[in-house]
Design a binder for this molecule. Sequence first.
Ligand code: OSB
Ligand code: MG
Length: 372
Amino acid sequence: MRVDQITMREIRLALKEPFRISSGEFRERRILLLELVSSDGARAWSECVAGETPNYSPETIDTAWTMIEQHVAPRALSRAFDHPGEAHAFFERDFRGHQMAKAAVEMGLWGLAATEADEPLGRFIGGTRAGIEVGISLGIQPSPEALVAKALAALAEGYRKIKIKIEPGRDVEWVRAVREAAGPSAHLMADANNAYTLDDAEHLAKFDALDLLMIEQPLAWDDLVRHAKLQKRLKTAICLDESITSLERAQDMVALHSGRIVNIKPGRVGGFSSAIAIHDYCQEMAIPVWCGGMFESGVGRAYNVALASLPNFTLPGDVSPSARYWTADVVSPEWVMDDGIVRVPLDQPGIGVAVDEAQIDSLTVRTATLRR
Ligand code: OSB
Ligand code: MG
């Protein structure tokens, strides 16, 4: 496979409602999309998940734009690949960090390879599921009552897991209110996005009474050692998100006992090869994984859905349907949820959805095209 051309575009998509996490608020997504063209004329779209501000990881859409334009895309255009699985190691060579920038191009290569192989992306990577159980991620609400209302509405819509964003002052009592309203069988979890320190261990142990599936990333974004100390003091399983940026960090998590579950976001770990390697390793170690989300457009969602069809993605993923986020998504068909399940598109090759190019043109604020 040879890539002849990579077109970068930034589009703007307004979220239906603002989304607040402990480290910041999102109202609109500035989304970086790529379109790769192979020397055989095959085309594939991919998405960079970096946000507007560096509140989740050090990357932003602007750092990713620069890195892709100056470093990642030129590398991808510089040689042929027998298989997209070769790209990750090639992008890592003497090139530190910038996982989201690397992942956008690397995943595009997987999308392109699946298209050229005439196989659905999920099957191409060895996925076995035809549908993905969906969890919703609820942003920090103005009051516990508002949170309870959102959680009950989501359960009524069929969501299989409710993730509640928390921060100091809006945590145990807020989640307890949801537990009391939703009943003992609801699958609930909390995500702190780094809002706590080890000094909060005693407070966080109060979550143990609420029978949560897990608590996601309570401590610093790049921490493993303190999470291990905290995990010793909690019955509730810690799930790591921000801290797992590579297979090696997942191995460290297991070695240190920093957590018992991994949220895999392919963008955060440098792409599909790394995400699949973490999946395989966790499966060997009996660590359940699930697919996280970064408010992807329908393009990035296609990759998450394909990835989540691998067998060890045993917990519901943050792969909500298009209508949860956008008035109109940029793909057709839009992603839909039926009885809490998003279907893995297995009836067509590649990423399984078509990009609405006229709509994308109307949303585009900048472009760049790189050629071999
Ligand atoms: O921590 O999982 C997170 C969105 C932006 C940044 C970080 C996170 C999230 C989400 C969104 O929780 C989940 C989704 O895309 O539905
Ligand atoms: Mg998270």
